[in-house]
Design a binder for this molecule. Structure first.
Ligand code: PGA
Ligand code: ZN
Length: 401
């Protein structure tokens, strides 16, 4: 029933106005699924390769589609994703492009779900999963590679850890975003928004910490549940090998100083989440920081692990981090992403399913987070391509998908 009968690829816009790959998968019995690839700006050195959209489409048409149409069942995700790997023939998807691969992988999953008449999260997760909902981490203030003239730390994220439901959590994050707008206005600090919709004021990181702290406290009082916050430092972007340290506007921090700095901020602000606090090659420094604060906060590897089971395994062996960011396009297929989540779960690491800075209205990651019982999802706070996922989570919670 789910035998693939057609795969169509096209170029569509992402949220930055760049071209990305959209895939449609059709099946024998009339099943249909559509997936779109997101795209990073602060990409990890070890990510699967995104090709220019037109090149990715041409290569996938030539190499991947013949291996899928009439050959593979969309309902069997492992077969679909194995065919994509076989068609690609490399270990980093530089043949057909991780953007073509992930778009097809997600489209096939949706086509499989469509034939079953099941919601995508149920198709991906099976019967015994999907009963827990992820806490959304909302990007509120940010800079780094996502906005010029803003903070050095890439993301300050609201974490409504006490929210009684996804719906309440989503609205709490939006309220924190609004509250920060009001605080910035009171301080006469004009601010545009970065790529993910976070405010990008020209303030020091210290001032951003104070503003976040004030905003989450105010909104927590209003909503009546605990809201903490966390960071994506995007340390690999700050690290400069020539300087042998982390380059901030106010100076360079050595690795030891960076570890102290992050540990102090965890203590001072009760941070519940710290992503990529250190460089993507420094397992040892990640392990040192995890030793110091790993029982108080999540120390999450994004560019460190790039959703890759081998890199995660190396991190587990080294004691680096206690959580992993999951971005399907970093590794190219849903199967690879789920394998990373399974290894993480077996090893006591928490999974945080994530969007990219360049996004589309695709909602697959909302379903993936629910399907795998991921405790967190990072998918922004406002903006259409972000609210597409947040609103889908609200619908999933309401049994309305
Ligand atoms: P990116 O940023 O999508 O630009 O890589 C998001 C992140 O670093 O988590
Ligand atoms: Zn990150």
């Amino acid at each position: 029933m789910t035998l693939i009968t057609d795969v169509r690829l096209r170029r569509v816009l992402d949220s930055r106005g760049n071209a990305t790959v959209e895939a449609d998968v059709l099946t024998e019995s009339g099943g249909f699924g559509r997936g779109k690839a997101p795209s990073g700006a602060s990409t990890g050195e070890y990510e699967a390769i995104e090709l220019p959209a037109t090149e990715a489409i041409a290569n996938a048409r030539e190499d991947a589609i013949p291996r899928l149409v009439g050959e593979v069942h969309a309902g069997n995700q492992r077969d679909v994703d194995a065919a994509l790997h076989a068609a690609d023939g490399t270990d980093d998807f530089s043949g057909i492009g991780a953007n073509s691969a992930v778009a097809i992988s997600m489209a096939a999953a949706k086509a499989g779900a469509d034939v079953l008449g099941a919601p995508l999260y149920q198709h991906l997760g099976g019967t015994f999963r999907g009963n827990e909902y992820p806490t959304p981490l909302g990007n509120i203030i940010g800079g780094g590679e996502h906005a010029a003239d803003a903070t050095n730390i890439q993301e300050f994220l609201a974490a409504p850890v006490g929210a009684p439901s996804v719906e309440e959590a989503v609205f709490a994050n939006a309220a924190v975003h609004q509250e920060v707008h009001d605080i910035l206005a009171d301080r006469d600090l004009p601010a545009g928004k970065g790529d993910e919709g976070a405010w990008a004021p020209s303030v020091s990181d210290d001032e951003a910490f104070e503003i976040m702290d004030e905003a989450v406290e105010t909104v927590a009082d209003d909503f009546g549940f605990a809201i903490a916050f966390g960071l994506d430092v995007a340390g690999a972007e700050l690290y400069d090998a020539d300087e042998d340290g982390y380059v901030y506007d106010d100076g360079v921090k050595s690795t030891a100083e960076q570890i102290d700095y992050i540990a102090e901020k965890v203590e001072e602000y009760d941070l519940v989440y710290v992503e990529d606090p250190l460089d993507e090659n420094d397992y040892e420094a990640f392990a040192d920081l995890t030793d110091r604060v790993g029982d108080q906060t999540l120390v999450c590897g994004d560019d460190l692990f790039v959703t890759n089971v081998e890199r995660l395994q190396a991190g587990i062996s080294a004691g680096a981090g206690n959580s992993i960011l999951i971005k399907p396009n970093q590794i190219g297929t849903l199967t690879d992403a789920v394998d990373a989540i399974e290894l993480a779960t077996e090893s006591g690491y928490e999974s945080v399913v994530s969007h990219r800075s360049g996004e589309t209205e695709d909602t697959t990651i909302a379903h993936l987070a629910v399907a795998t019982d991921a405790p967190f999802i990072k998918t922004g706070a406002v903006g259409g391509e972000r609210t597409a996922k947040l609103n889908e989570l609200i619908r999933i919670e309401d049994n309305a998908v």
